[in-house]
Structure formats: C-alpha cells, structure tokens
Design a binder for this molecule. Structure first.
Ligand SMILES: Nc1ncnc2c1ncn2[C@@H]1O[C@H](COP(=O)(O)OP(=O)(O)OP(=O)(O)O)[C@@H](O)[C@H]1O
Length: 241
C-alpha cells in the first residue's frame, strides 16, 4: 500500500429530490493506491451514493472531487464499476466483453486478446460463445469482473457485488476481487456483509444518515472501540457471514 492519493472528496454533499433528501453530508475521504475500502452502513445510509460520487457518476451538490494523477504515468487512474446485478446485451459472453472494451476506446487489435485473457482469468473461457443472459447469477458477476479486469483498471468500484449470490458463487466472486487487490488494483466496495469487509478490505468506513461516522484500518475497525453508532451497528449485524 502507498500514500499515493487517487481520488479525494472534500466537504462533499449530495442532495436528491430538489433538496428533500440529503444523501451525503460533508464527506472528507481519500482513496489511496492499493487500498481496499469497504463502505458499511444501514440501508439508505448513503453507501451507493458515496461510491458513485467517488467514481464521478454522481454530481456533488457541494464540495469537491479531486482526481489525482498516477505518479508513474501522470495520467488519471482508470476505473471500472460493478453493480449488484450486472447489465449485459443480448450477445455472447465474448461479444459483450469486446463491446465493453470498444466503449472504453481500447484499440481493435487489442480487444480479442484482452477479452480472452479476462475470460480465462475468471474461469469462463469455455462459455465464451454462450449468450451472456444464459449464464447463472454467479457466472454473470464473474463476467462483469472479467469486463472490468479487461479494462486494466487502477480502481474497481463495487456496489454490493455479491448481494444476490448464493454462498458458493459469493466465495468465487470474493476470491476474484481479492486477486484484483493482489494485482495492486485499489477497490472501493459497498457491502452489508461484515465478514466480506473483514476478508477483503484494508480500510473500513461506516456511514450513518449520509455522514461518515468513522474510518479505520480494517483491524482497528473490528477490534478497537468505535463511536457508539458504529459499535451498535456491528452488534446488530451479527452473525457475520
Ligand atoms: N435518485 C434518488 N432520488 C431520491 N432519493 C434518493 C435517490 N437515490 C438515493 N436516494 C436516497 O438517498 C439516501 C441514500 O441512498 P443510497 O442508495 O446511497 O444508500 P445505501 O446506503 O446505498 O442504501 P442500500 O444499502 O439500501 O443500498 C436514501 O435515503 C435514499 O432513499
């Protein structure tokens, strides 16, 4: 892990419904290179909004989002995002992957090889010609990870990536996310699963009603004394699975 910042939010707030809903309130947060940040909090606490704000998909109502250049390339970090339910077009697995690369401007002569390599990486090479919609939920999430991996991202954003998967598919997807991390990809993920945060994250942030209550390294988050709201949340979410 490094101290190199990739993305920062400064005093960031987001309101919806013409100001009726305050989803994020004065957030200060920096994602560093190599960090894996888990966002925890109850339903409606603002995790998805924060994820999208960090990724630049959600405009801020107040405050700033800063994107820092990577020291090695002086380019902004490349990001990819995964949702709870991935979206694919009615094409084959392989064509969906190549399309994803085309959309992100990857040159034509690199698409086939990158798609092939990504499918191998997630164990879906044999299913390359199958319609993407015919895959199981777990396979679709692995395909979504392949699509992300093929982009060679610096940051992977994950919005409850295993929420709709059975335990065995969840394990498979988790181990692929862990591999991203081992490759040095920074990760931001929202999850309701404390065990998953413990297994995958290096940092944990707890949100309540749009406020960032506490952010700690993963060991400190789960072992040290936390602000009351976060401690109550942890107690309420047991047992961890
Ligand atoms: N497009 C929208 N319009 C109005 N309100 C919204 C919109 N999106 C989210 N909200 C509200 O903003 C707040 C934060 O929502 P968000 O989805 O970020 O929370 P979350 O922690 O990800 O929730 P969950 O765990 O249920 O997915 C909630 O009160 C939600 O109802």
């Amino acid at each position: 892990m490094s101290n190199t910042p990739l993305i920062s939010l400064q005093d960031a707030s987001v309101v919806y419904a013409a100001g009726q809903v305050r989803a994020l309130s004065h957030i200060n947060l920096t994602l560093h290179q190599g960090e894996r940040l888990a966002l925890l909090g109850a339903n409606g606490s603002g995790k998805s909004t924060l994820l999208r704000a960090l990724n630049g998909l959600q405009a801020l109502s107040q405050g700033q989002r800063l994107v820092h250049a990577l020291p090695a390339t002086q380019q902004p970090p490349v990001s990819a995002m995964l949702f709870q339910k991935p979206f694919f077009l009615s094409f084959s697995v392989q064509r969906n992957l190549r399309l994803g690369l085309w959309l992100r401007g990857v040159p034509a002569d690199q698409r086939a090889q990158r798609a092939d390599e990504a499918l191998r990486r997630v164990g879906l090479r044999e299913l390359a010609q199958r319609p993407a919609h015919a895959l199981s939920g777990g396979q679709q999430q692995r395909l979504a990870l392949a699509r992300a991996w093929a982009l060679q991202p610096d940051i992977l954003f994950l919005d409850e990536p295993t929420a709709s998967l059975d335990p065995s598919a969840k394990r498979e997807v988790e181990s692929l996310i862990a591999e991203f991390g081992q490759d040095g990809v920074s990760v931001v993920m929202s999850t309701h699963n404390l065990g998953q945060a413990k297994r995958l994250a290096t940092q944990v942030a707890y949100l309540e009603a749009g406020q960032l209550v506490v952010q700690r390294p993963v060991d400190a988050f789960f072992n040290d004394t936390l602000p009351e709201a976060a401690a109550q949340f942890l107690k309420g979410e047991l047992p961890w699975t």
